[in-house]
Design a protein around this ligand. Structure first.
Ligand code: RB5
Length: 149
């Protein structure tokens, strides 16, 4: 399942991406917004908590730059969110970082470009191997942070 959300800065892109997801038979849940002004941390939290509840699901977040919503998403334990603005990053952040959330800009790139990035991200699998150890190290940092060691 794909969990998608945006603030007002990413609304138009989110609506475009939903149409592409439908065309490509990817089921999704839309966590808002409806186009009215909202705060991106609220949407990031809604989407990410839902992703964590449903193992195997992936999150898609869009705000004006993609930056605010990615910072907020990465505060949540278990979330590895990548802000992607180019094809290489979108692909390798799945192969090497096993990201479970992609963040996109609604204002710096066009809707078609956003879909290209989302599409390659959705269809690329984590490579595993040596990258698993590195992900484990990220998780270890997270554990320390959350237990204030
Ligand atoms: C909202 O105007 C804007 O600040 C937000 O969408 C995003 O760009 C924040 O990083």
């Amino acid at each position: 399942m794909i969990i998608i959300g945006s603030d007002h800065g990413g609304y138009e892109t989110k609506e475009f991406l939903k149409k592409q997801l439908e065309k490509n038979n990817h089921p999704y849940i839309d966590c808002g917004c409806d186009g009215s002004s909202v705060d991106y941390p609220d949407i990031a939290e809604l989407v990410c908590r839902r992703v964590l509840k449903d193992p195997g699901s992936k999150g898609v977040l869009v705000c004006g730059t993609g930056v605010g919503i990615s910072i907020a998403a990465n505060k949540i334990k278990g979330i590895r969110a990548a802000l992607c603005g180019d094809y290489y990053t979108a692909k390798y952040t799945r192969l090497h970082n096993d990201t479970n959330v992609i963040c996109l800009s609604g204002r710096a790139i066009g809707c078609e470009a956003a879909w290209e990035l989302l599409n390659v991200w959705l269809t690329t699998e984590f490579e595993g191997g040596r990258h698993t150890l590195r992900i484990d190290k990220i998780t270890a940092i997270e554990e320390k942070e959350y237990t204030n060691e």
